[in-house]
Design a protein around this ligand. Structure first.
Ligand SMILES: *Cc1c(COP(=O)(O)O)cnc(C)c1O
Length: 357
């Protein structure tokens, strides 16, 4: 069996949830598990967090998948329904939809469906999903009769940059429009939950931090007391002795500065390791003589990547390699690849088995 796999740490998920619940104070925690639980396996995460007030997914399809697997936690659907059929599924499966656009308001009114709760989303500056202020006030009043409770929500564009002027502007917009309306409120994603306590309101919606990853550019989850919930492992498939000046891999990007040993690791972009990772991206090899730091040497290919082990390495074929998770922070790999941790987690492919620990 191929050694490349991801290890999902249930205890870490539970620990992170508790840290976030504590940070949230009296606000209720909506655990965001869209995109297959940020690559950790949506069902695994759903089952690991039974104490969540809600599980949030992006689509009705994701919610149906959870229901069919027997998950009976309250489910929030962040994109809501798009037509009558999805509205019917929403009602039948007792899903809680986000209503964010005029066509959804009309669908609800035409159907005369009654829902125990809807989340009504205001556009406050990000210009992605959400009703404009005038539509919002009209919808809030007209949908009150069709919904037991309306939760007022919006979403930040730049919450991970706490001082960004847009943060205060979005809060002011939200407060202005919602100020006389009845119902509970929700604004905060992970970054706001962590660093903007005045945005907690009644419900917080963390995603990335549940997985032990920091949304901030300059910090790792571990710095914040979180534990990484996914560790990505592979093994050494071969070792190539190389002389000073020789080059490695497609395009011959990496050039050996000294005589060295190049380790070939059994993971590549076909598994979701970022092809854009730069030379020097750290990895860790676990040799019989102990852990050894090494770094990417050359462009990752589809099924393999190459690392510089150094001339005196004790590493041998078959040794385990950690790409990220424990010794190597995912945040660090993302920075070396010019992307964010969210994308690396979501781009793991089906070839990588998720083993649950
Ligand atoms: C994805 C998402 C979240 C979670 O964001 P994180 O940055 O992962 O905490 C919260 N709210 C909405 C509307 C989302 O789409």
């Amino acid at each position: 069996m191929r050694a490349t796999h991801a290890l999902i740490d249930i205890a870490a998920l539970q620990h992170n949830f508790q840290v976030l619940q504590h940070r949230a104070g009296s606000a209720r925690v909506v655990a965001v598990i869209k995109a297959d639980g940020y690559g950790h396996g949506m069902l695994t995460v759903a089952r690991a967090l039974p104490q969540a007030a809600f599980l949030a997914v992006a689509t009705i399809d994701e919610a149906m998948h959870l229901r069919q697997a027997g998950i009976d936690t309250a489910l929030l659907v962040l994109q809501g329904f798009k037509d009558q059929a999805e509205l019917a599924q929403t009602v039948a499966q007792q899903l809680v939809p986000v209503v964010h656009a005029p066509h959804q308001v009309r669908l609800l009114q035409q159907s005369a469906a009654r829902l125990p709760q809807i989340w009504l989303k205001l556009q406050t500056g990000m210009h992605r999903l959400g009703l404009c202020a005038a539509d919002y006030l009209a919808a809030h009043s007209s949908l009150s009769a069709q919904s037991g409770e309306i939760v007022m929500m919006s979403h930040f564009a730049c919450a991970e940059q706490v001082d960004h002027a847009s943060v205060a502007a979005q809060i002011a917009c939200f407060d202005n429009v919602c100020h006389d309306l009845s119902g509970t409120r929700s604004l905060a994603n992970s970054a706001a939950l962590w660093s903007l306590p005045h945005t907690h309101h009644d419900w917080v919606r963390p995603g990335i931090m549940l997985y032990g990853v920091a949304p901030f550019a300059d910090r790792c989850g571990r710095d914040l007391g979180l534990r990484p919930a996914l560790r990505l492992y592979s093994e050494l498939l071969a070792i190539q002795p190389c002389r000073k000046g020789q080059r490695v891999g497609y395009g011959l990007r990496f050039q050996c500065q000294t005589d060295t040993r190049i380790g070939i690791v059994a993971i590549g972009y076909g598994d979701g390791y970022p092809r854009l990772a730069a030379d020097g991206t750290p990895v860790q090899v676990v040799t019989a003589a102990g852990a050894q730091a090494a770094s990417l040497a050359g462009v990752p290919s589809m099924d393999m990547l190459s690392i510089d082990l150094g001339a005196h390495s004790k590493a041998r074929v078959g040794d385990q390699v950690e790409l990220w998770g424990d010794a190597i922070a995912l945040e660090t790999v993302a920075r070396h690849a010019g992307t964010i941790p969210y994308e690396l987690l979501c781009q793991l492919t089906a070839r990588v088995p998720l083993r649950v620990a």
